[in-house]
Design a protein. Structure first.
Length: 205
């Protein structure tokens, strides 16, 4: 890989929202096994139809309190936990017979009002609280960086925030950052998960 990373160190999450079953089947044949969905009502029928397929499902959309039960029951990963209330509901609603739900804290790095996400200064207290919840496994951080033309700066900052939390005693192994237009910068900055839609499936109608 051009950035000096092993391909095995990065998980491609194919963002399959608004994509038909045939497109997901084609991606599966191409070797992709991690898929991300943003809209719960669209995702549930797909997941049911593909129940026998070797897929790890990631919820990458805006997390709403009234949707937590179905997310907790259905997905393996949630990338968009942004407040303790959401994490508590996911923990309460995850089956004790299922593996722990892998969660990432979404960080609003630019304090943009139109985006969800915890502010960087809130992360330490929030991460400690989430890490203590049963039936969840806090894995790391996620970002949708500001569209200011400088993604490398924001990716480096997110990596630094993870390091700060690790220094504070919270074991984290994941950074979800980078999409079709900037995934190479994200990987160079330490991304473990890149959320790719257009570069895999083409432009949506």
């Amino acid at each position: 890989m051009r950035c000096g990373r092993s391909p095995d160190s990065v998980t491609i999450v194919a963002v399959s929202k608004q994509q038909p079953r045939s497109a997901i089947d084609a991606a599966l044949r191409g070797g992709i096994s991690n898929f991300g969905e943003s809209y719960l009502q669209e995702a549930l029928p797909k997941i049911a139809a593909l129940g026998a397929a070797p897929i790890t499902w990631h919820f990458v959309g805006r997390m709403q309190a009234n949707k937590t039960r179905q997310v907790a029951e259905t997905f393996a990963w949630v990338h968009t936990v942004d407040r303790l209330k959401i994490a508590e509901r996911l923990s309460e609603q995850r089956s004790p017979f299922a593996p722990p739900l892998n969660v990432l804290i979404q960080v609003n790095q630019g304090s943009e009002p139109q985006k969800n996400g915890a502010r960087p200064e809130e992360l330490t207290d929030l991460a400690h609280a989430i890490a203590a919840l049963p039936r969840l496994k806090l894995r790391g951080l996620m970002t949708l960086p500001p569209q200011d033309g400088a993604p490398r700066q924001w990716f480096a900052q997110l990596a630094a925030l993870r390091s700060q939390l690790e220094n504070d005693g919270i074991a984290l192994d994941s950074l979800s950052m980078g999409m079709s237009g900037d995934f190479e910068d994200a990987i160079a900055a330490g991304a473990t998960h890149v959320r790719i839609g257009t570069a895999i499936f083409g432009s949506r109608d």
